[in-house]
Design a protein around this ligand. Structure first.
Ligand SMILES: Nc1ncnc2c1ncn2[C@@H]1O[C@H](COP(=O)(O)OP(=O)(O)O)[C@@H](O)[C@H]1O
Ligand SMILES: [Mg+2]
Length: 465
């Protein structure tokens, strides 16, 4: 438990280094053991071959009856004893024991039969070192025993073991260091990213994170993060703009109220209080409307909609009914309900208040700019309810038709026929409402061929079924 906690607190670099080093340590140890045992068996095999060769040569001489006494062997190579059928020593090489056989006769016979070799301690039989012994049969039930010294092989193996014992940990250490350096190098872009992110959160000012040149995952991460940061920066900028625009917009009605009240209070006798109250009231209405619009926009931005089935045709008819006394006539075209009276073909799931507000904003604009009339239509079109509000006023140049959806965007419209001034939030609310319902809002020419004056606002909302 404690160990797991400790492990989790290590850096990624340390953990990678430790895991790979542990794996390498096991692999290197196995390799060292394998190497030592292979070399050992190869060397012993060489000794056995040498001893057997010497024994076979002696046996051949014996078989041919030409074996002299003592047995002729090159000095310091093999030690030979020849046993007769009774197990007694009948011949030896110079320096070998004449009385005691190196192998008990039974064992020697057995080894001669199977051809195996074995180790033998030298000192008990008067030899300086450990020996490797073989036995070979010869004519007349003789047995030739040959022994070679194991000392040199032993020394070689000891040297090899020492080299492995020192070299393997040294190699492991070097490899671990290399892994540590390489992982550090590999993780450097991530460290740079986190330093960049720290400076972003430290200063609160978004700036680009460093993008590494290698086309790898870290680069993809850096690019994604930079994307995100620039979107956040944009959002932050929009928010700041909105706040400053809002403050700006609030300033003029407040200044107007203040000026009127100050004048009235300074000269209480020469003032028409009723008129002052009316003017102040008008300014207050502007403020109230602005506050409401902003609140509505904030809600459309941040909250999921309350959704109920809303019949758009009925909603339009009701909204248009409110424009009876408007300065131009407003006509409404709704789909004829084929399946009997009351059937409503254009039903969307949405917030009725928000949708009513959308229509009112479009109708206000149209009525304000129209020359002679306004037409409202509702129809359904493969899954969509399409509401259009068309006027025959001056229209909006194509280049400005997207821009006017921005918050606080007003055009200098000299031909505005009423002189009353909105805050420039109307179309922004229209678009936000449409998008919150999964739809869209656009502006276009009043007539499909683009001929003639006027503007057509088109709102598309997804039908419920
Ligand atoms: N039907 C229209 N005909 C001509 N211009 C329009 C029409 N509707 C909107 N506009 C222009 O678009 C601008 C933005 O409209 P809107 O967002 O509703 O703001 P507001 O009505 O508060 O001025 C208006 O200032 C106006 O100049
Ligand atoms: Mg408006």
């Amino acid at each position: 438990m404690k160990l797991a906690g400790w492990w989790r607190r290590r850096s990624l670099r340390a953990r990678l280094t430790m895991v790979t080093s542990a794996g390498l340590a096991v692999a290197l140890a196995l390799a060292a053991v394998l190497l030592a045992s292979t070399v050992r068996s190869a060397l012993i095999n060489g000794l056995d071959v040498g001893a057997r060769q010497g024994a076979v040569e002696v046996a051949t001489l014996l078989n041919q009856g030409r074996l002299p006494s003592p047995v002729p062997v090159p000095p310091d190579t093999v030690t030979v004893q020849v046993l007769n059928a009774q197990g007694r020593i009948v011949n030896i090489s110079p320096g070998a024991d004449r009385l005691v056989p190196m192998l008990a006769p039974g064992l020697a016979r057995e080894m001669a039969r199977t051809g195996q070799a074995r180790m033998l301690a030298g000192p008990p039989i008067g030899m300086p070192s450990v020996l490797r012994v073989v036995a070979v049969p010869a004519r007349g039930q003789h047995i030739v025993i040959a022994a070679v010294s194991f000392a040199q092989v032993h020394d070689s193996l000891a040297t090899l073991a020492r080299a492995l014992f020192i070299g393997t940990p040294l190699l492991l250490g070097l490899l671990a260091l290399a892994i540590w350096l390489v992982t550090g190098y590999t993780l450097r872009p991530i460290a740079a990213l986190s330093r960049g992110a720290a400076s972003v959160s430290g200063t609160g000012r978004p700036r680009d994170l460093p993008v590494p040149p290698a086309r790898d995952e870290v680069r993809a991460l850096a690019i994604t993060l930079n994307d995100m940061l620039s979107r956040l920066a944009d959002a932050q900028q929009r928010q700041r703009d909105l706040v400053s625009d809002t403050a700006h917009e609030l300033r003029s009605p407040i200044a107007s109220i203040r000026a009127q009240l100050e004048v009235a209070l300074d000269h209480p006798d020469g003032v028409d209080w009723a008129e002052t109250a009316r003017d102040v009231h008008a300014d207050t209405l502007r403020l109230a409307r602005l506050a409401e619009d902003l609140l509505l926009l904030a809600r459309l931005d941040g909250q999921p909609l309350r959704r109920t089935p809303v019949g758009l045709a009925a909603l339009c008819a009701a909204a248009v009914a409110g424009y009876g006394p408007a300065r131009v006539p407003v006509r409404v075209t709704v789909p004829s309900s084929g399946a009997g009276a009351g059937a409503e073909p254009c039903v969307v799931a949405g917030d009725p208040d928000a949708l009513r507000r959308l229509l009112v904003n479009l109708l206000d604009n149209a009525v304000r700019h129209a020359a002679s009339q306004v037409c409202v239509s509702v129809r359904s079109e493969t899954g969509w309810a399409v509401v259009t509000v068309t006027d025959d006023g001056p229209g909006i140049p194509a280049a400005d038709r997207e821009r006017v959806f921005g918050r606080f965007t007003r055009l200098d419209n000299a031909r505005d026929r009423t002189g009353e001034e909105g805050a420039g939030l109307g179309l922004a609310i229209v678009r936000s409402t449409a998008e919150a319902h999964g739809g869209s809002a656009t502006l276009g020419d009043a007539r499909p061929d683009g001929a003639g004056p006027g503007l057509r606002a088109v709102v598309r909302l997804p039908l419920t079924s």
